[in-house]
Design a protein around this ligand. Structure first.
Ligand code: COI
Length: 358
C-alpha cells in the first residue's frame, strides 16, 4: 500500500465554462500524481502535487532513447453522481506488460489502482458533466537517468495527469474516413507493437500527417512484413463486420491489446455474434466492400470509444461503408459501452469501479 502525500494547489484554475468545447487532451486539471524509482530502493515518494513541469537534465535518457510507456483511461460521472472507472485493472496489467518490454520496473497493480483512484478523488470536480465527456487519465513512466549510454535506466518517474475531455475525433460519433497505409509500417514481429510506448506513436506521426492532409481522420496499418493483413488504426483497434461475422486482428505481438477491443469482443459474443480474431487481408476487405458484404467497420479505443468508419482508401481504390451512416452493431456497442461507463445502464459485467461520490 502506497503512502501518498497530498499537497493541494493554492491557485486552482477556473474549470471550463463550456464543456462542449473541451476537445481531447488540451486542458489539464490542478494536480498530478508522481512517484520515483531508484535502483536498489524500488518505487518511493508517492505524492499528489499541484500540476507542474518536470525539471529535466538535457541528457535525461527518455529524451534521447524514448524509454517510456503510458496508459489511457477515463473517469466518468454517472447519472447518480458517482465518479467511476472502467476496467482499470486491465490498464494496470497492460502497463506492466509494456514496461517489461521496455525494461522499465513494473508498477504493482494495487499501487497503480491506488494512485489512479487517489488522484481521481482529488480531481473529482474536474470530471465534466456534459454528455459524452469524461476525465481522460494519462498514467506514464519514463527513464530519468542522466547519460547517453544505451542501456536500461536506474531511475524512473511514474506520473499521472488528467485532462477533462470530449470526443477524440472532431467528427465525434460521426463516421470517419481512413487511409490504408501502404508505405510506412507501425509494427513488426519482435518489435514493440503490442506495447503502449511513446516510440510507437512517434513512428506513426508521419503517415498520420500525410493522411490528414488528404482529409482522412487516421491511417489503417497493415502488417509490417507483407503489408497484406489489417492490424490497427492510429489510436484504436479496428473491427470489420463481413456477411454477419466480425473480424479483428489477433493480439499476437504487433497489435495493441485494447481494453475497449476485448470488452467489445466479450459483448459481441454474448449477443450471439461470431467473432474471429484472425488475420484478414486488406484485399479481401476491399473485395467485401465492393460486393456489398462489408456491412460495418468500426474502431475501438479508450479515447475513441467505438468509432464508425465510412470509407477505406487503399492504393487509390475506395470502398464506402453503410452509406456513411453508423451501423446497427456499431451503434449497439457504442450505446452499451457508454451506457455502462456513464451509469445509464446496469453494469452486468463487473467492469465498473466506483471511486467516490462526485
Ligand atoms: C487511448 O485510447 O487512451 C490512447 O492512448 C490512444 C491515444 C494515443 C490517444
Amino acid at each position: 500500500m502506497l503512502n501518498i502525500q497530498i499537497t493541494k494547489t493554492t491557485t486552482p484554475k477556473a474549470k471550463p465554462a463550456d464543456e462542449s468545447q473541451l476537445g481531447f487532451g488540451k486542458l489539464f486539471s490542478d494536480h498530478m500524481f508522481v512517484m520515483n524509482y531508484t535502483k536498489g530502493q524500488g518505487w518511493h515518494d508517492a505524492r499528489i502535487v499541484p500540476y507542474q513541469p518536470f525539471q529535466m537534465d538535457p541528457a535525461c535518457v527518455v529524451l534521447h532513447y524514448a524509454q517510456e510507456v503510458f496508459e489511457g483511461m477515463k473517469a466518468y460521472r454517472s447519472a447518480e453522481g458517482t465518479i467511476q472507472l472502467f476496467r482499470p485493472d486491465c490498464n494496470a496489467q497492460r502497463l506492466q506488460d509494456s514496461s517489461d518490454r521496455l525494461c522499465i520496473p513494473p508498477i504493482p497493480t494495487e499501487d497503480f489502482l491506488q494512485a489512479v483512484k487517489a488522484l481521481v478523488e482529488v480531481e473529482k470536480d474536474w470530471v465534466p458533466h456534459e454528455e459524452g465527456t469524461s476525465l481522460y487519465i494519462r498514467p506514464f513512466v519514463f527513464a530519468s537517468d542522466v547519460g547517453l549510454g544505451v542501456h536500461a535506466s536506474h531511475e524512473y518517474v511514474f506520473a499521472i495527469i488528467c485532462a477533462p475531455s470530449g470526443a477524440y475525433y472532431a467528427e465525434g460519433i460521426n463516421p470517419v474516413k481512413i487511409y490504408v497505409e501502404d508505405d510506412y509500417i507501425r509494427a513488426a514481429p519482435g518489435l514493440t507493437g503490442y506495447t503502449k510506448c511513446g516510440g510507437n506513436y512517434a513512428a506513426s506521426i508521419k503517415a498520420g500527417e500525410l493522411a490528414e492532409e488528404q482529409g482522412f481522420a487516421q491511417v489503417l496499418w497493415l502488417d509490417g512484413v507483407e503489408k497484406k493483413y489489417v492490424e490497427e488504426v492510429g489510436s484504436m483497434n479496428i473491427m470489420f463486420k463481413i456477411a454477419g461475422k466480425i473480424y479483428t486482428a489477433p493480439c499476437t505481438g504487433t497489435v495493441l491489446p485494447g481494453v475497449t477491443r476485448r470488452s467489445c469482443i466479450e459483448l459481441l459474443k454474448e449477443w450471439g455474434y461470431e467473432v474471429e480474431e484472425t488475420r484478414v487481408a486488406i484485399e479481401d476487405i476491399m473485395k467485401a466492400g465492393h460486393d456489398g458484404t462489408l456491412e460495418e467497420v468500426f474502431g475501438t479505443g479508450t479515447a475513441a470509444v467505438v468509432s464508425p468508419v465510412k470509407e477505406l482508401d487503399w492504393k487509390g481504390d475506395k470502398v464506402f461503408i453503410g452509406g456513411g451512416e453508423i451501423g446497427p452493431v456499431t451503434q449497439r456497442l457504442y450505446d452499451t459501452m457508454t451506457g455502462m461507463q456513464w451509469g445509464r445502464i446496469p453494469d452486468t459485467k463487473g467492469w465498473i469501479v466506483p471511486v467516490c461520490k462526485g
